[in-house]
Design a protein around this ligand. Structure first.
Ligand SMILES: NC(=O)c1ccc[n+]([C@@H]2O[C@H](COP(=O)([O-])OP(=O)(O)OC[C@H]3O[C@@H](n4cnc5c(N)ncnc54)[C@H](OP(=O)(O)O)[C@@H]3O)[C@@H](O)[C@H]2O)c1
Length: 233
C-alpha cells in the first residue's frame, strides 16, 4: 500500500529497534515511505529489518553520529526511551538530552517534521513515575525543546503522549484523545501510537499538535486520521 502520493520524503526513525519503533518502521513501510533507522546496534537493526531500510548506527549522545543519520531525511520520528537509572540509557541522556540533540541536528540538516513519543502525565512533577530519575520531567523538557525548534521556519512537530503501552496490532480500538494533560490513566497499543505518528507526516491537521491518547472500546477501525479532527483546539 502507498500513501496516495501524500508523502514522498525519507523518514529517520530513532529508537527503531525498540517496541514502538519497530511498529513505526512497519507502518512507514506499509505506506511505502522510505525509511532510515538510527540504532546503536547495527546487527539488531539488520536482523529486524534486513534490507528493507537504510541503517545508520550510532549513539544518541554523539552529535556527529546523529548528523550523519539525519542528512537527507525529510522527517524524524523519535521513539527513543530510557531503560536505566543512570548512564547512556538514562532519562537525562535519552529522554531529554538525546531527543534535544536529535531535534537540533535534524533542524540544522533541514528536516521539516519531527514526531515524538512522549507520555501521559509529563507536566505532573509529583507523578510517581518521576521517581525513576525524573523521567516525566525529562520528557517534558524534551517536548518543550521540540516545540521551540520545530514550530518555526516552515517546520512542524507532532508530539504523542500515550498512556501505558501494550503490544498488539493496530486499528483494533477506538481512541480517546485530549490535550492539556488531563487524562489520568489508560492504555494504548504501540502500533496505534506508531500509526498516529506516521499519519502526522502528511495530515495538516496533525501539525504542531501535542496530545494525549488512550484506548477506548475495542472496535475495528478503518483509519485513525479522524482522531486528529477530535483534538480540542
Ligand atoms: N512503557 C509504557 O507504558 C510507556 C508509556 C508512555 C510512554 N512511554 C514511552 O514511549 C517510548 C517508547 O516506548 P517503548 O516501550 O517502545 O520503548 P523501548 O522498547 O524501550 O525502546 C526504546 C528505544 O530507545 C533506544 N535507546 C535507548 N537508549 C539509547 C541510546 N543511548 N542511544 C540510542 N538509542 C537508545 C533503544 O535502543 P535499543 O533497541 O538498542 O535498546 C530502543 O530502540 C519511550 O519513550 C517510553 O518512555 C512508555
Amino acid at each position: 500500500m502507498d500513501n496516495g502520493g501524500m508523502y514522498r520524503g525519507k523518514v529517520l526513525v530513532a529508537g527503531a529497534t525498540g517496541k514502538t519503533g519497530q511498529w513505526v518502521v512497519k507502518r512507514l513501510l506499509h505506506y511505502g515511505v522510505p525509511v532510515r533507522v538510527f540504532s546503536r546496534d547495527k546487527d539488531k537493526a539488520l536482523s529486524l529489518f534486513g534490507d528493507r531500510v537504510e541503517i545508520v548506527s550510532g549513539k544518541i549522545q554523539n552529535a556527529l553520529d546523529i548528523a550523519l543519520a539525519v542528512a537527507g531525511c525529510d522527517a524524524v520520528i523519535s521513539t527513543l526511551g530510557s531503560s536505566s537509572y543512570s548512564g547512556e540509557s538514562s532519562p537525562a541522556d535519552v529522554d531529554r538530552d538525546g531527543v534535544k540533540r536529535l531535534a537540533d541536528e535534524a533542524a540544522k540538516a533541514g528536516v521539516k517534521h519531527f514526531g515524538l513519543v512522549s507520555s501521559l502525565a509529563v507536566t505532573r512533577w509529583y507523578h510517581p513515575l518521576n521517581l525513576f530519575a525524573g523521567v516525566l520531567q525529562k520528557k517534558w523538557e524534551a517536548e518543550e525543546h521540540v516545540r521551540k525548534v520545530f514550530a518555526n521556519e516552515g517546520r512542524s512537530y507532532t508530539i504523542v503522549r500515550p498512556g501505558g503501552l501494550k503490544d498488539g496490532d493496530p486499528l483494533h480500538y477506538k481512541l480517546h484523545v485530549d490535550t492539556g494533560d488531563r487524562l489520568w490513566n489508560g492504555f494504548i497499543n504501540r502500533s496505534d501510537v506508531a500509526e498516529l505518528l506516521v499519519l502526522a507526516l502528511w495530515l495538516d491537521k496533525a501539525k504542531n499538535k501535542t496530545f494525549e491518547v488512550v484506548n477506548g472500546t475495542q472496535e475495528p477501525q478503518t483509519a485513525l486520521d479522524q482522531y486528529y479532527d477530535a483534538l480540542p483546539e
